[in-house]
Design a protein around this ligand. Sequence first.
Ligand code: ADP
Length: 745
Amino acid sequence: MQVNRNHATQPNDTQPENALASLAHERAILESALDCIITIDSHGAVVEFNPAAERTFGYRREDVLGKEMAQFIVPPALREQHRAGLARYLTTGEGTLIRRRVEVTAMRSDGSEFPIELTITPATANGETLFVAYLRDITERKHAEVEHLRLHEFERAARTEAEDRERQLRAVFDAMTDGVAMYSEDGRIISINPALRRMIGADSHPQYEAMPLSRRTAWLELSDSTGRPLRMEQWPPARVLNGEALVGERAADIIAHTLDGRDIEFSVTGAPVRDSAGHVIGAVCVYHDIAARRLIERQTLAALRALMRCADVVTAHTTSETTMDLLSRLAAALLDLEAADFTHALLIDSDGRPQPAGIHGVTPEDEAIWRRGLAQFDPANAPHLDKVAAILATGKPLLQLFDADSPLISTVTVASLHVRAAITGPVLVDGAIVGLLTISRTRPLEPGSATFFAPWDVDLIADVGRLAGQAIAQARLGEQLNSAEAGRLAAEEAARQRDEFLSIASHELKTPVTSLKLNLQLAQRRLGGLRSTGDQQSLETLLGTLLPRTNDQVDRLTRLIDDLLDVSRIATDKLALRLEPCDLTEIVNLVVREQRQHNPTRDISLATPTETVRLCADPDRIGQVVTNYLTNALKYSPEEAPVEVRVTRDDATARVDVRDFGPGIFATEHDRIWERFYRAPDIDVQAGSGIGLGLGLYICKSIIERHGGRVGVESARGEGSRFWFTVPLLGTDAQSGCAGDPDAP
Ligand code: ADP
């Protein structure tokens, strides 16, 4: 398309000077305009292209004049749109770009595209429609705008992030279980989290937070861990504001008497907040409630103490202590545990029934409830008993929470004593449950603690139960060993007594037999001599001395043999009694008379009651007992010491006492001297010749007991002895049955 270059500038004024002036004016505007001014005709051909346009698009005016503008300044992609728009305007008079400020993309001579701001104004010159476009490179502005937007976006994102952070921090601050407070330079609280507010009881005193430090010290009492009150400058925030960092080892342990009157222990850490120049402008302190730590310390100590006591109890357990006592003492030791409000032990008998061994930490009334509850315990009312037994049989303790859970087994005690939780540990011996140890908790949870028991309490009960089981098993083994040992010792003792008896018996029998033999030999020799001399007188003298001596020896032998026979009769239950009504005084009188005859030098006194002492007895056997007591008294006491015999009676019983002033007998021997063959080791025969076989008292005891009486000795070493026996008096109604010996065949 060819466009007349001068066409658009052709003056149409009739006044040439005016027209020239106007033209020059127009030219000047075009030349100096900062914006690009491009005029095209209705064919789209360039009729004006000012210097700004030349600079912006990189074309020279003369190169573009008359050519279609779209070909060099409209980017190829937009050219058809541009042409269609032009054509539409020319036919309809409407155009989307006309007389509006729009932003579109243009293209430079080097093909680069860039944003422009554009206004198109149609004009008519010489009847032809022209379009004047004012346009401006807005690359810079666009850049600035984008940058602005970016900055704006950045700032918004930063702000959102900061807000999120703050919200997060706030949430953390609020959710922290530790108390946190921030302080201004002058010690005022700038911020305090709910935990700290709760800890110090500030919820009930909202004005507290606004107070300066100097006034707060009058409200809240702080002291060190030993209870010494802290002065204001010793308060943790004051120390931190003073530049001190309370961290690690330097954390301050303090006790606070709170605004609502509690005492709590804190560990306080804190750090100063400094400005860029390093000046302290505030402080942050974290308050950690150490009740839980203290609780754990207390629990640990208590557990150690309980364990030591249990170990003492277990190691001291011997065969002489019953299992019941052991269990009870262990339960008492477990009371040392921090969590234990009371403890109890049950013995499980061989039928599986629980027996009370001991309860500790309760009142006598509560103990009575416990014992009653156990006595009335009915397995039928414990549906989970099998399950419980199965758990305990594995050696594992059972932990039950009666507050929350539905416990496996609950008892009268649990309900009546308000037990909240309990641990029951089994004591097993050879796989069988022989005992149960239980620690019960009635107090509510400690503040800051989530469980009723320390984590190791269950293990501790298990261990103590196991130790107890071992101790019981060991004691049982010891008992078996002991009884085996006792059996062995008894057999040894029996063998020793037998040997001793044989040696004494042979000696005892030999003595009279030897002297009998000597007497007989002597008699034989003398008789031989006398026969030859025929000395009748000497013969009689000889017989007069030898015969009584021989008779004594025979008597002594007879006594020994009688004793042995009696013992064998007693052993075979064949000691025959010839019961008949008789008088005890008479019997004793006779014996005393005999003994006075045999021992004419001895002082034997006799005291008898005035009334008769009638018995239903075998008078020979009773006489044998009295003889034995009396000969012992004479035998074991010195020649010159008197012996006293006394007969007494009351309404139903007769009693004989034989008192001597001999060596006396140790109390430890009092029972044993009545045993067969027993002879007190350190008592020597003091008078007479017989020493005895240790059978006399045994026979006496048997005879008296066969008469329904009792025997005894009162004696102390160095004070002589009193041997006594009692027998029932002859009752009137019993008289008829006393005709003969009921035991007689
Ligand atoms: P024995 O034949 O040895 O006397 P007994 O059975 O009569 O036997 O007595 C048993 C033991 O009791 C005696 O060996 C002696 O040690 C002690 N005994 C008995 N009577 C007396 C007494 N009157 N004084 C001291 N000890 C006595």
